[in-house]
Write a protein that binds this ligand. Structure first.
Ligand code: ATP
Length: 282
C-alpha cells in the first residue's frame, strides 16, 4: 500500500497529506528468550507501512502478541522504531526530538484500554480536562473553562461530574472522561488502543458509538486497535490484519469479511465470537 518514500515526497505530492504515515516500520526488542529462529530478540513489528488519511478510520486487528500495541506506541511517539520512518502531516518525527514530540502531541491523542490508569486518581474531572491545555499553554482560564464544558457535553456527561474524582465514577463514565481529555487539544487523529476491552459488555457499544459520532462530528481520523475483529469491523473504513508483526491482509470490512485472502484472517474470522454488545455484533 505505502511505497517507500521520503518526507519531501510526502509533503510535496499532489494527494492529501496523510495525518500519519508509517513507512516500513521495524521494532526489534532484545529479550532473554526470543524464538527458536531468533534467540534473544523479538521482531514485534516487521515491515509495517500505513497511511492514515484525514477523517479515515483504520482498524488494526490480530491476536495477543502480534504487535498491535507496539505499533500504537510507535504512532504515539512512545516507541522509537528500530528502522523505518514515521511522518506526521508530512514531517518526519521518527527521532522524537523535543520539537517533534510537540508536533506529535498536537496532531494525535491516545485513548487507552483502561481509563482507570489513564486518568490521575487524585485529579477532579475538571482538572483532568484542563491539564493538557495548561501544559500546552492553550488559552486563558476563561476559555479553558468554556472548553472543559464543551468537552464534557461532547462526551454525553453532565456538568455535575466536573467535581468528581475518577474513583467516584463508573468504568464507562471514566472512559468518556478519558475521551474528552484526548479531544481537549483538538487533535487530527485519535489512537484508540483496545478502548472498550476493559469495560462491561453493556457499555462497550455506547463507547464505540460515542467514538463514531465524535469522529463524524469532528472529522477525526482514527486508528482503532483491537483483538476483536467484529468490533473492528463495526468502526473501521479499512482493516489491517496483523500477524507476527506483519500486515498479512488489508481491505475494507466488506472485503475482509466476504473474501478473506489470508489463512490467518480466515482463522480470526472463524474463531471470533463478538465481544461487542449482541445488538452490534451481528
Ligand atoms: N518492551 C518489550 N520488551 C521485549 N519484548 C516486548 C516488549 N514489548 C512487547 N514485546 C513483545 O513484542 C511482541 C508484540 O507485543 P505487543 O504488545 O505489541 O502485541 P499486542 O498484539 O499488542 O499484544 P496484546 O494484545 O497482548 O497487548 C510480543 O511478543 C511481546 O512479548
Amino acid at each position: 500500500m505505502a511505497e517507500a518514500t521520503n518526507s519531501a515526497a510526502v509533503a510535496n505530492n499532489d494527494e492529501q497529506t496523510p495525518i500519519i504515515f508509517l513507512d516500513d516500520i521495524h521494532v526489534v526488542f532484545k529479550t532473554r528468550t526470543g524464538s527458536l529462529l531468533h534467540p534473544n530478540k523479538v521482531h514485534a513489528v516487521n515491515g509495517l507501512s500505513l497511511k492514515l488519511m484525514p477523517g479515515q478510520t483504520i482498524g488494526i486487528v490480530g491476536e495477543s502478541g502480534c504487535g498491535k500495541s507496539t505499533t500504537a506506541n510507535v504512532m504515539c511517539g512512545l516507541q522509537t522504531p528500530t528502522s523505518g520512518h514515521v511522518y506526521f502531516k508530512g514531517t518526519d518525527v521518527t527521532k522524537r526530538t523535543a520539537a517533534q514530540r510537540k508536533i506529535i502531541g498536537r496532531v494525535i491523542s491516545v485513548v487507552f484500554q483502561d481509563p482507570a490508569t489513564a486518568l490521575n486518581a487524585r485529579m477532579t474531572v475538571r482538572e483532568q480536562l484542563m491539564d493538557p491545555m495548561i501544559v500546552h499553554k492553550v488559552g486563558d482560564a476563561k476559555s479553558r473553562e468554556a472548553r472543559v464544558r464543551e468537552l464534557i457535553e461532547m462526551v454525553g456527561l453532565p456538568n455535575s461530574v466536573l467535581e468528581a474524582l475518577p474513583g467516584q465514577m463508573s468504568g464507562g463514565q471514566r472512559q468518556r472522561v478519558a475521551i474528552a481529555r484526548a479531544l481537549s487539544l483538538k487533535p487530527d487523529a485519535i489512537i484508540a488502543d483496545e478502548p472498550t476491552s476493559a469495560l462491561d459488555v453493556s457499555v462497550r457499544a455506547q463507547i464505540l458509538n460515542l467514538l463514531m459520532d465524535l469522529k463524524k462530528e469532528l472529522n477525526l481520523a482514527m486508528v482503532f486497535i483491537s483483538h476483536d475483529i467484529q468490533t473492528v469491523r463495526y468502526i473501521s473504513d479499512q482493516i489491517i490484519v496483523m500477524n507476527h508483526g506483519q500486515a498479512v491482509e488489508r481491505g475494507t470490512a466488506e472485503q475482509i469479511f466476504n473474501n478473506p485472502k489470508d489463512d490467518y484472517t480466515r482463522l480470526l474470522l472463524g474463531a471470533a465470537p463478538s465481544l461487542l454488545h449482541p445488538e452490534l455484533g451481528k
